[in-house]
Design a protein around this ligand. Structure first.
Ligand code: HEC
Length: 179
């Protein structure tokens, strides 16, 4: 009895399997590991994949458009540094590498060539009142006349240079106060 039932079950299973095998091309076949088929696909010349989350367009402007706006929006990550002396020392080193040829040792301005506008005195005048982001933007993008220096300094290094400019401004203020 037991044996007969298992024969029936076996024959039944074979029948079900045979019936479920069909050559109908419209019917979905069993997909084994369908990773490639179910992943995101772009139809050639017809659709675009959405850009991955957090990706940046090649022509994106990552910083505020002008230096004044940068002064309002950008925050100096080194403003509250515990190692002010170290930050200024690195800033001084970088200033000597990148800026000194045009701006001079003391950043008080220099005439480079009679056909080229002189660099301004960054230690006094309008500059001490400018926000840190203003200098960061000028270093990153330059101005109409000053070539941009963003390719020579990474963002943290630019902030270090800004911190050094602040030191030069402080020294200037102190020497003025002494008369
Ligand atoms: C190839 C020469 C050159 C180099 C290198 C250079 N500058 Fe200048 N910079 C200039 C000239 C010229 C000006 C004046 C023209 C102007 O203000 O647009 C200027 C202006 C500035 C100003 C005033 C901008 C304003 O809008 O009033 C700042 C601040 C400044 N430079 C900072 C720097 C710092 C910091 C570096 C180094 C990271 C640097 N510059 C490197 C030529 C240079």
């Amino acid at each position: 009895m037991q044996r007969r039932r298992s024969i029936h079950l076996f024959v039944g299973a074979v029948v079900v399997l045979l019936v479920s095998c069909t050559n109908d091309p419209k019917q979905t076949k069993l997909l084994y590991m369908p990773d490639m088929a179910s992943g995101p696909m772009a139809k050639p010349q017809r659709s675009f994949l959405a850009p991955p989350l957090g990706s940046v367009a090649m022509d994106a402007i990552l910083y505020p458009k002008d230096a004044e706006e940068a002064g309002r929006l950008l925050e100096n990550p080194l403003a509250q540094t515990k190692d002010l002396a170290g930050v200024r020392r690195r800033g001084k080193y970088l200033y000597a590498q990148v800026c000194v040829t045009c701006h001079g040792d003391d950043a008080k301005g220099k005439r480079l060539h009679e056909d080229y506008p002189p660099t301004p005195d960054i230690t006094s005048g309008i500059y001490p009142a400018k926000a840190d982001g203003f200098f960061f933007h000028r270093i990153t993008f330059g101005s109409a006349v000053m070539p941009f220096q963003g390719d020579k300094l990474d963002p943290l290094e630019r902030w270090e240079v800004v911190m050094y400019l602040r030191e030069l401004q402080e020294l200037q203020e102190q020497s003025q106060a002494k008369g």
